[in-house]
Design a protein around this ligand. Sequence first.
Ligand code: ADP
Length: 397
Amino acid sequence: MSKIFALNAGSSSLKFSIFEIPSEEVVASGLIDRIGLNDSNVVIKYNGEKFTDVKDVPDHDVATKILLEKLKTLGIIKNFDEIAGTGHRVVAGGEVFKDSLLIGEDELNQIDALSEYAPLHNPAEVKVIRAFHKLLPGKPAVGVFDTSFHTTMPAENYLYGVPYEYYEKYGARKYGAHGTSHKYVSLRCAELMGKKPEEVNIITCHVGNGASITAVKKGKSIDTSMGFTPVAGVVMGTRSGDVDPSMLAYIMEKEHIDMTEMLHILNNESGLKGLSGVSSDMRDVEEAMAKGNKRAKIALDVYISAVRRYVGSYLAELNGADAIVFTAGVGENSAPFREQVLADMENLGIKIDKERNESTKEGLISTDDSRVKVYVIPTDEELMIVRDTVRLGHINA
Ligand code: ADP
């Protein structure tokens, strides 16, 4: 049986899942974190067991080596020949990578050159792909880009209203993110509706720690809420979402902080965390609100209002949707969140069924007479990565 790796390298972490094909069953998963620091954690889950170890992992190259060795020692991989290929999540694909792609030296250089757009991620991803090239020579490594799905956006939706030369000179435009997730749930939604992707218009709401909303027209992303970077769009766990830049200049002057610090605040100290003062985690904020915490309530209200505005604007862009999908941690698990996002939209043809909303893990949560169908669909970015690896690596199961 062949195995395929889905890999997700961050600036200081390497997450992995190993799928068996053709069953698409996950046989192991885990991560190495604190890469580059002392005491990295190595965690491998398999067969209902959990292996953990603490060791110093100086870089992603060493992390990859340790991972493969451990998988062999634990008997998860008997022989490296079993590994048919590796699929790699890449954060920034710019305008270059319009689909997933088999990665060779030219593509690695291109991903590296796009590091300016994702300075914490792209360099780590390049290192991990190179390490796999070295450790598993001849095995296909496929790059799956967070941005690819959004490369179908038209210029009127990806350009900002700033001098055009910034786009020409620096590629300053909206790129979006979470593309693999939006693609997966929109395809799955069409499947659940018994339609082809090109027959339906869908609004996909990926709401987890990070959150983005996408308008998918006939299978293609035409607009998305994240922007040049993932800080734009709706309010998130710790990210602000859209803000007026003049207000930032005003705050920076008052608080004597520079742009680097301001961006840190917008990315890490804002959103649910900053507004509520409780936590970035939706469960904590919902719990605090239930106990009467007023700031928790206003934080949730701001969050919900931001998502509603994007859903509304995408309904206009799509001339109405056939379906709306909720996915990721909050979207999949918080029935009150879904209910409030789509409350009082009967005139737009949207009606949530309370009972379905509270009990469904995957499937329809709208009423039978709701013109727009509403679905909960658990996202599976790793499965999407594995499927692309099979497709582009020409792997026969
Ligand atoms: P990431 O963007 O890091 O992948 P996830 O998609 O796992 O994040 O989403 C994490 C968010 O999902 C957290 O805010 C968490 O509180 C929320 N979440 C998970 N389970 C529930 C639940 N049962 N009810 C409400 N929120 C939940």
